[in-house]
Design a protein around this ligand. Structure first.
Ligand code: 1HE
Length: 315
């Protein structure tokens, strides 16, 4: 992939190394001194974090965005292994999403190379006993919960293989943008294992339990068009444009009132699982909390005074 040198990124790398020394944390996996040409939609002040999946003792990632409403772009950088998720990469995802700086208003996750993610790194699939297997699966739950139940909405930019644990990662994001090259599969069935990264909870919510069962029993692979129709992705875009589209969406999401984003990430999924009567009650509570924020009042006033954009007809 064509890479260009980025002076903003270099400054960021210096800031990160200062932070690392100041706080005594290990930032070796945060590589912020290069931004690839396909990240050109990034603005100065946005954050770029490349995760290479090395494992460190007690590693921790504290990332520093430069501007309010910045977009944090998190890239899986193991293209030689098709971004297969080893334990180091899972820990890195957990640490980055648990430590996003307060300035970040939205995030994007994507993969370097020809594929988004080939799922669990099968070379690490050791002879675990049942107890170890439970802890391994729970470590994925913590990392992917940090994405789904974190502080900011996350947009996944998908291309190539989105399989196994890669599909579990994508389904922990809040919006998925897929390129034409995308294909979805759950090869766990054929490998003699089961999903362990929250897939059995999240994937049926996107495509239904019957379709997930079919994928795992038969090894069925969905292409980008069928995957979008089925509910994996909300956007289907031409080759080479998913990252750009995801950053565009995240940039817009970052301008929303933070309480609205919070309600969408944390209240809506809970309301959807509540009995209707409980759902109506929770909705009344969260909507009144969101409305009472000074920012909400200012936005409504701006519209009434003709200073805010109208809703446009769909193109
Ligand atoms: C890997 C992995 C991996 C590639 N773990 N090393 N996931 C799977 O069962 C998917 C397995 N991977 C594939 O089917 C294919 O690699 C792809 C369709 C994703 C890409 O094909 P291709 O032709 O571009 O790449 P490749 O030649 O197959 O792979 C390149 C290298 O990446 C090769 O290593 P090399 O040392 O020979 O160069 C592959 O071995 C390596 N590689 N995928 C380890 N997954 C929480 S539970 C989740 C459970 C799961 O996710 S199960 C599903 C696992």
């Amino acid at each position: 992939m064509n890479a260009v040198h980025n002076p903003m990124g270099l400054k960021l790398a210096l800031a990160l190394s200062w932070l690392s020394r100041a706080r005594g944390v290990n930032l070796q996996s945060v590589v912020a001194d290069r931004v690839h040409t396909d990240s050109r939609s990034l603005r100065a002040g946005d954050l770029f974090v490349a995760l290479r999946g090395e494992r460190f003792d007690g590693n921790q990632f504290i990332a520093q965005a430069k501007a309010q409403g910045a977009v944090a772009v998190v890239r899986l950088c193991r293209p030689a292994k098709r971004n297969a998720l080893n334990d180091g990469l899972i820990e890195a995802l957990r640490d980055v999403f648990q430590n996003l700086p307060p300035e970040a208003g939205a995030a994007v996750v994507h993969g370097e190379g020809d594929h988004f993610c080939a799922g669990l790194d099968l070379s690490e699939l050791k002879e675990r006993d049942a107890g170890e297997g439970i802890h391994h699966s729970r470590s994925w739950h913590v990392a992917l919960n940090a994405i789904e139940q974190g502080r900011v909405p996350v947009v996944a930019a998908l291309h190539g293989a989105v399989v196994g644990g890669g599909l579990e990662l994508a389904s922990a994001s809040h919006i998925r943008v897929a390129e034409e090259s995308t294909f979805y599969a759950l090869p766990e069935g054929t490998r003699g294992i089961f999903v362990g990264g929250g897939g059995s909870v999240r994937i049926p919510k996107l495509i239904g339990a019957a379709s997930m069962t079919d994928m795992m029993l038969t090894g069925r692979v969905y292409n980008a068009q069928d995957g979008e129709r089925l509910g994996f992705a909300q956007y289907l875009v031409p080759a080479g444009t998913a990252l750009q589209k995801a950053i565009e969406l995240a940039t817009r999401i970052a301008t929303n009132a933070p309480l609205t984003n919070f309600a969408l990430m944390h209240a809506l999924p809970r309301i959807a699982e509540q009995p209707a009567d409980h759902g109506f009650f929770t909705e009344a509570l969260i909507s009144s909390i969101a409305q009472s924020a000074p920012e909400a009042k200012a936005r409504v006033r701006a519209f009434l005074e003709g200073k805010a954009a109208k809703v446009q007809k769909a193109g």
